[in-house]
Design a binder for this molecule. Sequence first.
Ligand code: GDP
Length: 354
Amino acid sequence: MGLSIGIVGLPNVGKSTLFTALTRKSVGASNYPFCTIEPNVGVVAVPDARLERVAEIFRPEKVTPATVEFVDIAGLVKGANEGEGLGNQFLSHIREVDAICEVVRFFADENVVHVGGVVNPASDVETIRTELVLADLETTERVAARLDKEAKKDKTLESKLEIVKRLEAWMEQGHRAGRMEMTAEERVLLRDLHLLTMKPTLYVANVDEADIGHTFSEIDGQMPIPICAKIEAELAELDPSELAEYLQAEGLEEPGLNVLIRRAFSLLGLESFFTGGPKEVRAWTISKGSTAVEAAGEIHTDFARGFIKAEVISFEDLDRLGSEAAARAQGRLRIEGKDYIVADGDVMHFRFNV
Ligand code: GDP
């Protein structure tokens, strides 16, 4: 399942630094507003202690984690809508992502220029929201004009026109599309508009080192994830024992990046199931509520087409019993059919015939 997250924010808030930390590859973070002109894409492993445990049990040749793609999206500045900065170029990149990670500058550092002159998270969030809402309004205006004409001939389009117009009025008041109350059917009608402010969004507070572990006030109704991008970039370079030492000294359980990646994963309603054998242990990504046959299809279309049954052990059982054979002997290996709803962490083996 391809899953991508766009990193946005004003210039000099630490987007490239965060991206570098995430992907451990330098994209030229520098004290210059438009250093990331092309979108940079990095594939990041989803940290999952369960996968390590499953690998310990199967001792495979290879371990493959679930992944998330991060895209560093440059060019969003105040007035982008009127062509400031890189203008609307950023829009085409941001439309393609499944979710948005907005980096908000909380760190002070007077050596790093702030585009607005002073560090002011609330005002920065407002600026970005305004730009995204304006971009979405351009879309809804265009779509409403087209639907207006077409609905005269085709009455079935009237309900779509009605919701687009209602949304337009809502966004004209400066609100994000995603915060308007609407039915599930209405949401489906709006899907092909690919609105930016309809995408699930999470906020990263890029804080000073001294503020790691503090909590910050809500942004747009949700708690931001506090991270010090500069430190995360340094941590990403450490070997595991040095990292463990640092975390222990700071009283932290894991790097902030791990928290961010997992939050992004659950924000999107995703979960993992595992497959295991002597060759490979692997984590696969599915939407919550997926059936066994959908999970099989994630591995290969043949698995779904020729699906016979799935052998399932819950992660907890496998962890506790320590082997597949023990789980079988204890009656903890279940046979499930096509419609079985996969649980997060299930260890699965598919039987199929094509
Ligand atoms: P972008 O324009 O949003 O991509 O910002 P960059 O990642 O290029 O960062 C701009 C500058 O801020 C660089 O000089 C970074 O080293 C610095 N920077 C990024 N994150 C932090 C941080 O957490 N603390 C401090 N003090 N500086 C940071």
